[in-house]
Design a protein around this ligand. Structure first.
Ligand SMILES: N[C@@H](CCC(=O)N[C@@H](CS)C(=O)NCC(=O)O)C(=O)O
Length: 267
């Protein structure tokens, strides 16, 4: 039986935080959703599903999308009670009574559910708090990254680009430093939520790659460039190692492959 339900657009690297953690600690997730362009035709609810004709006509369900969705969205009052910020990924306890939002917190829920199988969230208060430290800095980077990636769909500005470039270099330099001189993982001696979050955020940021023409049109250059391996060797090697790990590869592999195809097409 599923121990957590998650509703989102799919695929979504933010969800991998939960799915990768779930593979490692043996938790079953009930994943619901559809490609991003189709979620405007879904009812956002614990029992999320494609809209019926009557639901589509119901004014009480209609909301205006705020982040990443320009169209009208359909969210039930129960969804908004469980998810006051109205965002996806949206997780629920199996009975639908508890809503869990923010992908880092959804990932933490998986780790807590699977604590007896794999200590993804550290082994004591100190290591757990150190993992939280990495999750917090990741979220700071993720905020700028989200604004930037959304702006690449229409009008990226030099200001947004500069802010994101700075946010990226702060983030990746910290990850690189944390792995010095030759650490295998960000916290402790094995994979933790800190490593999973890093891979998910960097993979999401890879969506910059097919947008080089949009950047060039504004006289801007990609933040993800060929010199990163030399500049941040430990962080980039850590990413390369983890993305090939059996718990990560089923999510990361096809996603990066799709991005590589889009890059080839754009060229
Ligand atoms: N920091 C959040 C980001 C969630 C988020 O911003 N989701 C957007 C889609 S990318 C959303 O659900 N928007 C709903 C709306 O615009 O109403 C996380 O990691 O879960």
């Amino acid at each position: 039986m599923s121990q957590l339900r998650i509703f989102s657009y799919l695929p979504n690297p933010r969800i991998w935080k939960a799915t990768i953690a779930a593979r490692l600690c043996g938790i079953t997730i009930d994943l619901r959703g559809a490609p991003p362009g189709e979620l405007q035709d879904w009812l956002w609810d614990f029992d999320a599903h494609p809209l019926s004709d009557s639901e589509r006509q119901e004014p009480a369900l209609q909301r205006t999308g705020r982040t990443g969705f320009k169209s009208r969205l359909y969210k039930t009052p129960a969804f908004l009670e469980a998810h006051p910020f109205g965002t996806v990924p949206a997780a629920f306890s199996p009975d639908g009574r508890v809503g869990i939002f923010e992908s880092n917190s959804i990932m933490r829920a998986v780790a807590r559910l699977g604590v007896n199988t794999y200590p993804l969230y550290g082994s004591d208060a100190y290591s757990a708090a150190r993992i939280d430290s990495f999750l917090d800095v990741s979220l700071v980077f993720a905020r700028d990254s989200q604004i930037y990636l959304l702006s690449l769909r229409d009008t990226v500005t030099a200001e947004i680009h500069a802010r994101t470039r700075d946010a990226f270099s702060t983030y990746i330099a910290g990850i690189d430093q944390a792995l010095a001189p030759a650490r295998s993982f960000l916290v402790g001696d094995d994979i933790t939520l800190a490593d999973i979050c890093f891979v998910a955020e960097l993979s999401l940021f890879a969506n910059e790659k097919p947008r080089s023409k949009a950047l060039a049109a504004q006289g801007l250059t990609p933040i993800l460039h060929d010199g990163l391996e030399a500049e941040y060797p430990r962080a980039m090697a850590h990413y390369a190692k983890l993305r090939a790990h059996p718990a990560f590869a089923p999510d990361v592999g096809p996603y990066l492959q799709k991005i590589a195809s889009a890059v080839a097409k754009a060229a």
